[in-house]
Design a protein around this ligand. Structure first.
Ligand SMILES: Cc1cc2nc3c(=O)[nH]c(=O)nc-3n(C[C@H](O)[C@H](O)[C@H](O)COP(=O)(O)OP(=O)(O)OC[C@H]3O[C@@H](n4cnc5c(N)ncnc54)[C@H](O)[C@@H]3O)c2cc1C
Length: 208
């Protein structure tokens, strides 16, 4: 889709959507499931790939932190459209794709609650239109996926780091001796396993 992927991440059967903001004035959601996976809901992050060098020219003046600033605008948007609390903006899946405000929403596992909002028009086109096409494509491939019984809840904006700290072939920062940018925050992993593997590689490199 415009050479940018739309894919599911961290599908949690029998899990919960949880608040994951780290500062005032933002709403960030994430998903998790306890080991019994016995909650009545399932959730999954749906990711739209963003190329920070091509997709967000208006943020160019933020330099290396442009992706971070873009991420913040999405999280502030979720905060204001959710009602300026940790309540998250949401829409029924079919309403999101068809461009309708939801009159009511499905029950949710997200404890702070959800509020109907026109996410289809609030999200930047770059994200919203790709998501909508992605949901339609998933629905064509998987029977039952495209349903009004699912909520779209915003925003899961921290699936990977918007910043990439440079490192050389020895995994060290090219200018700061003995600094090993590592894991998700450094821009070298996204998720538990890739972060753990990168951590192991960096630990080995630091011991040489
Ligand atoms: C609710 C939730 C559910 C998730 N579910 C999944 C999942 O199902 N599958 C999956 O693959 N991934 C999941 N993730 C993502 C996964 O947790 C991360 O990708 C992974 O933990 C990244 O590992 P990391 O070591 O790079 O960073 P982190 O685990 O964030 O570790 C960074 C560490 O640095 C410490 N730190 C930060 N700043 C400083 C400082 N200034 N000084 C000293 N220490 C500092 C922090 O306290 C932390 O311990 C989930 C994340 C969340 C929040």
């Amino acid at each position: 889709m415009n050479e940018r992927g739309v894919y599911s991440f961290c599908m949690c059967p029998g899990g919960f959507i949880v608040p994951a903001a780290t500062a005032n004035g933002e709403v960030v959601v994430n998903g998790m499931s306890p080991s019994k996976r016995n909650n009545e809901f399932a959730n999954s992050g749906i990711v739209v790939e963003i190329n920070v060098d091509k997709d967000i020219p208006k943020f160019e003046h933020f330099g290396a932190l442009k992706g971070l600033e873009y991420q913040k605008t999405l999280e502030r948007l979720a905060f204001t459209s959710g009602g300026r609390t940790q309540t998250a903006p949401a829409q029924r899946l079919t309403d999101f794709v068809e461009g309708n405000l939801s009159r009511d929403l499905n029950p949710t596992s997200y404890q702070p609650g959800i509020k109907s909002a026109p996410l289809h028009s609030l999200l930047p086109k770059l994200i919203g239109s790709r998501l909508r096409k992605g949901f339609e494509a998933f629905g064509q491939k998987m029977r039952g996926y495209y349903t009004s019984e699912a909520n779209v809840i915003g925003v899961e904006s921290r699936t990977s780091s918007p910043v990439n700290i440079p490192r050389n072939e020895n995994l060290q920062h090219p200018e700061i001796y003995n600094l090993f940018p590592c894991g998700e925050g450094g821009g070298y992993a996204g998720g538990i396993v890739s972060a753990a593997m990168d951590g192991e590689r960096c630990a080995e490199a630091a011991c040489v």
